[in-house]
Ligand binder design. Structure first.
Ligand code: NAP
Length: 201
């Protein structure tokens, strides 16, 4: 699949590494095209402006701060109609609803799906050929077709997808992030800690 990634930081590069290895065509989009091109060289991807990456991708990952998503409807009209997988956290507690419901309202013409907000970037950066487990990737969003497309991509990069519901239901994923950070950094489980949903019977 053709994947556009907005951002060139930890989550963006971790995703790109796995996506390229899984055989996807990937383009980074940055506020600075030269920064995207530099990341692209390192990961075997393409790089350009944010608008170019949006145009390129069938699925677009937003790997940028939550608050910087707000202006994208104006700056990136190409997001209209696209599947947009957002990975954000509202660390400042600015949203009165789930991050995903808020982003869906900022991008009303896009099909927004949440994923990876509680996944340490170090896990994405890990060589997936050496993973010893397939963690669960909890996703949420209002559009079933968009979640299907997102799930196809996410499964291909080493995760078992669990659909937890609507954009409003993504509030549960917002709540997970502080718990995983507590486990990983304060309780000593490290940044390879992830969640796996099991059914006992
Ligand atoms: N780090 C983690 O372990 C982790 C885990 C799960 C989820 N997340 C979430 O994933 C998102 C990205 O996190 P990250 O750790 O990858 O962050 P990061 O390393 O700081 O990268 C963020 C990227 O966002 C882009 N960006 C676009 N608009 C921006 C703005 N107004 N201000 C700052 N950067 C802007 C920048 O790319 P350009 O400069 O190229 O435009 C930058 O490379 C965040 O929402 C975070 O909460 C992070």
């Amino acid at each position: 699949m053709r994947i556009g990634i907005i951002g060139t930081g930890n989550i963006a590069t971790g995703l790109a590494g796995r996506l390229v290895k899984a055989g996807h065509q990937v383009m980074f989009g940055s506020r600075s095209a030269s920064k995207a091109q530099e990341a692209a060289r390192r990961y075997g991807a393409q790089g350009g402006t944010q608008a170019e990456a949006v145009e390129f991708g069938d699925v677009i990952f937003l790997a940028i701060p939550f608050t910087s998503v707000q202006g994208l409807r104006q700056s990136l009209p190409g997001l209209r109609g696209k599947v947009v997988v957002e990975t954000t956290n509202d660390w400042m507690g600015q949203s009165k609803q789930s991050t995903t419901a808020q982003i869906q309202s900022w991008l009303p013409d896009s099909k927004v799906v949440k994923a990876f907000n509680y996944t340490f970037a170090q896990i994405l950066a890990h060589d997936m050929a050496k993973d010893v487990e397939r963690p669960s990737a909890f996703i949420a969003g209002n559009d079933g077709g968009a979640k299907k497309s997102a799930a196809q991509v996410i499964e291909s990069i080493g995760f078992d997808v669990v659909d937890v519901g609507s954009a409003d239901d993504a509030i549960h994923l917002d709540h997970l992030v502080k718990f995983v950070v507590h486990l990983g950094t304060e309780k000593g489980y490290g940044t390879s800690a992830a969640f796996k949903l099991i059914k006992v019977y």
